[in-house]
Design a protein around this ligand. Structure first.
Ligand code: AMP
Ligand code: MG
Length: 454
């Protein structure tokens, strides 16, 4: 098929935003939704708002181990002149109360136990002493609440109505909206949904993403390298990036630099209805760079030249599948750092969009930094430098008076090559240097993307 006339065929480089917008424009919306068990739903994106199925707590209950009382009965209690109450029963967690608290009596309660009728306060066990029916102490003050039930108790302090009681619905009312569509389920959100009565939840389907490494020199893990081989870094790296972006990665192996091989692997994946295919390497214009030709034969090439460093060239295409869906095709440059940066700029937002995150959550939030090292770069391209933040002994990034993080080039002056995996692996963040700048003096302000922040 032909390349689209609007994008990429002219010599002009597209800006990062133009390229990202073109990628996102090819995504009609989030993937369909499905039901997931909460026990397997961490990290999934909600397709619907979630409503609480119950009030929380569902009933008034005790916030302490102690005695359910009527506050008026203990209004005069002091340390030296305690009030004696007859103990008429006990309510453990998980047991519905069977008796009410009559005047002059108390019912022993455990934390989380349903409050017996007519009680309006709980005295914590530490403020009581077990006693005989005539008020003689029979045990130690504040003895733990797990021993045999005493017949009476001395209360050594007054407690106001409502003390140590959790009222029904004071956390959540039944029917309240507790989670919003488009949000990602954190562990706390899983607890909230489960705690409000849900077993399952509606989430967007996970984007299925095929990962293909290319190159006659690329060797599978543990394969002998021989005189001209290198281990595959991008295949495993991209699998991990896809997973972290919220996709379901599937390996398509390592293709030779031959059109038939690359084409056959892409076609098989596409016919298996993957939502996206990421190919690393073979996307430039050398004689063995067959990825763009493969994309063009299988689908439609949307764009391929972006003003970014590292990361030129980058190819993007789409395939209309027989099943009515669309597969996105990403061709990333093979140098591992270029692969990583172009994934970050163009693929990660696409996976997040497919997975159901809202459009304002697709790229990292921008922080502000001071780059302590001098740097030069290609004019006309936006650079994404791998940087390490200075941290104080508590592990917090060091900021100046204006709140700007202090960062240095990862791997020193030689760490910025697009092949330098060791510097990439220690980087905390990407520092962004605009197109028009070709050199920055040490101490210049830069924008910053933390690699561990959404
Ligand atoms: P290419 O984009 O195919 O021209 O590759 C550019 C550079 O990246 C070459 O040095 C390749 O050997 C290297 N490269 C390509 N693919 C991988 C890979 N999967 N793992 C490690 N290095 C790679
Ligand atoms: Mg190659």
């Amino acid at each position: 098929m032909r390349a689209s006339p609007s994008a990429g065929t002219s010599d002009r480089l597209l800006s990062v935003e133009e390229a990202r917008d073109a990628v996102l424009a090819a995504i009609p919306g989030p993937l369909d939704d499905e039901v997931a068990y909460l026990s397997e739903a961490r990290g999934r994106v909600l397709a619907d708002d979630v409503i609480s199925l119950t009030a929380l707590p569902p009933w008034d209950n005790s916030a302490m181990d102690g005695y359910a009382v009527r506050a008026a009965d203990v209004a005069t209690a002091t340390e030296t002149a305690p009030v004696r109450l007859e103990v008429t029963g006990e309510v453990r967690a998980g047991i519905a109360p069977s008796t009410e608290v009559a005047r002059g009596t108390a019912i022993r309660v455990a934390t989380g136990a349903s409050l017996p009728p007519r009680a309006d306060a709980v005295v914590q066990v530490e403020l009581t002493t077990p006693a005989t029916i005539d008020g003689t102490p029979v045990g130690e003050r504040g003895r733990d609440a797990a021993g045999p039930l005493p017949v009476a108790v001395l209360v050594h302090a007054a407690v106001g109505p409502g003390t140590a009681i959790r009222r029904a619905g004071d956390d959540l009312s039944e029917g309240a909206t507790i989670l919003r569509a488009g949000s990602r389920l954190t562990p706390a959100a899983v607890a909230l949904a489960a705690g409000s009565g849900h077993e399952t939840i509606r989430v967007h389907r996970l984007p299925r993403v095929g990962v293909l490494a290319t190159g006659d020199e690329i060797r599978a893990p543990a394969a002998a390298l021989g005189p001209a081989g290198i281990p595959d870094a991008n295949g495993p790296g991209l699998m991990a990036l896809v997973e972290e972006a919220g996709g379901l990665p599937m390996t398509l192996g390592i293709a030779h630099d031959r059109l038939e091989d690359v084409r056959a692997r892409i076609r098989a994946a596409e016919q298996g209805s993957v939502d996206a295919i990421i190919v690393s390497g073979g996307v430039s214009v050398g004689p063995y760079d067959v990825v763009r030709a493969a994309f063009g034969e299988i689908g439609r090439i949307e764009l391929w030249r972006v003003a970014v460093q590292p990361g030129k060239p980058f190819a993007f295409g789409t395939v209309e599948r027989r099943d009515g869906g669309r597969t996105l095709l990403f061709g990333l440059p093979g140098n591992p750092v270029s692969t990583f940066v172009t994934f970050e700029l163009f693929v990660r937002p696409a996976i997040r969009r497919l997975s159901g995150l809202p459009v304002d959550r697709l790229v990292r939030p921008t922080d502000h930094a001071i780059l302590l090292d001098a740097v030069s770069k290609s004019p006309g391209r936006r650079a994404f430098l791998r940087v390490v933040a200075e941290h104080d002994p508590s592990g917090a990034p060091v900021r100046d008076d204006a709140g700007r993080v202090q960062v240095r080039l990862a791997g020193g002056a030689s760490g910025q090559g697009s092949h330098v995996l060791s510097a990439l692996a220690v980087a905390d963040a990407l520092a962004i240097v605009p197109e028009a700048t070709d050199r920055l003096a040490a101490g210049s302000p830069v924008d910053l993307w933390w690699l561990d922040r959404d």
